[in-house]
Design a protein around this ligand. Structure first.
Ligand code: SF4
Length: 350
């Protein structure tokens, strides 16, 4: 529901101010699915709101479940744009929702299906936040909750900054979804002005950077945004972010077999991180293994997974060079929906 429209409509209907909070709580905490189920507001008001407003900005089209318990939801917006979100179930009980921030994407990374689909439009704050609500309702039925939200789905969050900020505040709001700030992360492909703005915010939201290559030539090939914000602009901005915020930076590195997974590139990655003291002090490289997928014509894409030997060698070099790293477990790969898997027919992430 568009909360700005709700506020205006309530005012026009001459309702007391507390109604807004009541309805917001009903939607974001009680996880009600329509005005008709909000029993603590008068029936006539429920009927008026139902006539004047859409309760949901997104229409859930399909739900896919993975063998590992993760799930992918396909939604349509009211103007018929497809977007996807993923629920990742972790063994420790945490439940992470990966949300899309745009329909399509302007960045066009070479390994990403979303980028190839082109850009349609940015999503509104409620279109972003309602992706979380959809999974929350499903989890509630099992006595579970969403514990983390990552802005890592379709789209580049920092090209939709105002709306992602409103969505973050709504998810964090104690009268909204009431999720702790440290449980929310935003991942960027490297929009330097966005990193600077994010770093200047008075909050404790986590930042992740999709690096994917240790040098400009390869990074520009994989991620054209690197031509606008090359490593000599990006890395100092990240270093300044860590220095100011003293928060751990997650460096995402998607391992593409034969492209960016050689020992030389592992050393180059270590060199790059060692060149920036703050990043070295407080960052973790998150290694993501690429999963090849087929396109709609059934052809395999042009990238492949790293070999196990290459992966091990890469990890050993990072360890030897004293770079903190972790390997992201692959969730839901059987439904092409893992965050960071970058391989869904529609869904893809940086
Ligand atoms: S990886 Fe992310 S930034 Fe790159 S094209 Fe895909 S959605 Fe956009």
């Amino acid at each position: 529901m568009d909360l700005d429209k709700l506020q205006t409509t309530l005012e026009e209907l001459g309702q007391p101010a507390y109604r807004f909070k009541q309805i917001k709580l009903a939607m974001y905490q009680d996880l009600k699915e329509g005005f008709d189920s909000i029993e603590n507001i008068p029936l006539t008001l429920r009927q008026d709101l139902d006539r004047l407003l859409s309760f949901n900005e997104l229409i859930l089209k399909t739900e896919q479940k993975s063998l590992d318990g993760s799930g992918k939801n396909l939604f349509f917006t009211h103007d018929d744009l497809a977007i996807e979100s993923v629920l990742i179930k972790h063994g420790d009980g945490s439940r992470t929702v990966c949300v899309s921030t745009e329909a399509g994407c302007q960045i066009d990374c070479s390994f990403c299906a979303t980028g190839h689909l082109g850009f349609k439009r940015v999503l509104s704050p409620s279109e972003i936040a309602e992706q979380v609500l959809s999974f929350s309702r499903e989890l509630k039925a099992k006595g579970e909750k969403v514990t983390n939200v990552v802005f890592m789905g379709m789209g580049e969050p920092f090209l939709n900054y105002d709306n992602i900020k409103k969505a973050i505040l709504l998810l964090n709001d104690k009268d909204g979804f009431n999720l702790g700030q440290r449980r929310i992360s935003v991942s960027t492909s490297g929009i330097v002005p966005g990193i600077e703005r994010f770093g200047a915010e008075d909050w404790q939201i986590n930042l992740a950077i999709s690096l994917h290559a240790p040098d400009n030539a390869l990074r520009s090939r994989l991620m054209p945004i690197n031509k606008t914000y090359p490593l000599e602009k990006l890395m100092p901005a990240l270093d300044a972010y860590v220095a100011k915020n003293n928060r751990r930076l997650m460096i995402e590195y998607l391992l593409l077999g034969g492209i960016n997974d050689s020992p030389r590139q592992a050393d180059a990655l270590a060199d790059l991180i060692h060149a920036y003291g703050e990043i070295l002090r407080l960052s973790v490289v998150n290694l993501i293994i690429y999963n090849p997928t087929k396109d709609s014509d059934g052809h395999w894409d042009r990238f492949r997974s790293p070999s196990l030997a290459a992966l091990r060698a890469f990890e050993e070099i990072l360890t030897k060079r004293e770079i903190a790293w972790t390997r992201r477990a692959s969730f839901g790969s059987d439904i092409s929906g893992a965050c960071g898997q970058l391989a869904g027919e529609v869904n893809s992430t940086h």
